[in-house]
Design a protein around this ligand. Structure first.
Ligand SMILES: *Cc1c(COP(=O)(O)O)cnc(C)c1O
Length: 336
């Protein structure tokens, strides 16, 4: 099966499974799991933060991050299409009584700071208290420029806000910019990293920040049901991924660029390609037929008027060649 819906669909490889099978475990709620301790130490080291904590999902990592940053009646400024505003079932509002203040992102995925500034509430009892600026990197595949991050960081210092990065795909950003992760994370207080997307583990995210912050995150994680027991088997997958699956993200980006070029070549309306994502515009009449046509050929797409194709470690060049071939036949049939 060739599945281009998302990089979340990646399967654990044999060597990753072997690492999981042989992992040393202990009860992590007692702080006894050596493999988890190693993963959290590694997460802190690679992000240049004092500490890190493992959570079962990126959604829970973002939720816990927001619960640590904001109290009841406080707010975070966030992109209108950001995952931790739009795609997390309103968790911060429901469970934290935290008010989101969404703003529209610019075309490059940044939140324009002059706009953000207008939404910071003055100290007045009519308003929620603005605490946090939350950015997403990458945002729909787009890498936030380092110069912007530097400005955003200074901006938050002068406005007494914290800066969180939802870095579900932050390694795609660091590989794309060809800089160490710390060149990006120096411009934030906290960040989340998904291990289960392009990095290819079955489960898990890391939340990284100061020692004090991560200490508080441990309580929120417990409260939200995310503390787990012999979780070294998952940590082993994470350690394996950080060791072996980071630099190879470049292949996914190269494959996405190749795919975009090939699709343009056969007349598909390719809107853009950024990192491991290709966005194409489909005529409405093709949306459903393309999906079922591909499905018949063991290719899974989530089609829409804007269709997103995501490359990942289970998609190689022959798989993409097959996709392009079937797309071309599909288009020929449509015309015929
Ligand atoms: C996938 C994703 C998450 C977390 O999703 P989970 O499915 O809960 O792991 C968070 N933020 C962004 C930007 C994502 O793409």
């Amino acid at each position: 099966m060739i599945d281009l819906r998302s990089d979340t669909v990646t399967q654990p490889s044999q060597p990753m499974l072997s690492a999981m099978m042989t992992a040393e475990t202990g009860d992590d709620v007692y702080g006894d799991d050596p493999t988890m301790k190693a993963l959290e130490a590694k997460g802190a080291a690679i992000s240049g933060k004092e500490a890190a904590i493992f959570l079962p999902s990126g959604t829970q990592a973002n939720l816990v991050a927001l619960l640590c940053h904001c109290q009841r009646g406080e707010e975070y400024i966030v992109g209108q299409l950001a995952h931790n505003y739009k795609y997390e079932a309103g968790g911060a509002a429901v469970l934290g009584s935290i008010q989101p203040q969404p703003v529209l992102a610019a075309a490059d995925g940044t939140l324009p700071l002059d706009v953000v500034e207008q939404f910071i509430k003055p100290d007045d009892f009519h308003f929620a208290i603005t605490r946090l600026l939350s950015l997403e990197n990458t945002h729909n595949g787009k890498v936030l420029p380092l110069s912007y991050l530097a400005q955003a960081y200074d901006f938050t210092r002068s406005h007494r806000l914290a800066l969180h990065i939802d870095g579900a795909r932050i390694f795609n950003a660091s590989v794309s910019l060809n800089v160490p992760l710390t060149d990006i994370t120096r411009y934030c207080d906290t960040l989340t990293i998904c291990l289960s997307k392009g990095l290819g583990t079955p489960v898990g995210s890391l939340l990284c920040g100061s020692a004090d912050y991560i200490q508080r995150a441990r309580r929120w994680r417990k409260m939200t049901g995310g503390a787990m027991r012999q979780v070294g088997i998952l940590a082993a997958a994470g350690l394996y991924a950080l060791e072996h699956n980071v630099t190879r993200l470049r292949e996914d980006h190269d494959n996405a660029a190749w795919l975009a070029e090939q699709l343009r070549g056969i007349g598909v309306n390719v809107m853009r390609q950024d990192t491991n994502m290709v966005f194409v515009r489909l005529p409405q009449a093709q949306v459903a037929p393309l999906k079922s046509w591909m499905r018949e050929h063991d290719i899974v797409l989530s089609t829409g008027p804007v269709t997103r194709l995501v490359t990942h470690l289970n998609i190689d060049r022959p798989a993409l060649e097959k996709l392009v071939r079937h797309w071309q036949t599909f288009l020929a049939q449509q015309q015929g």
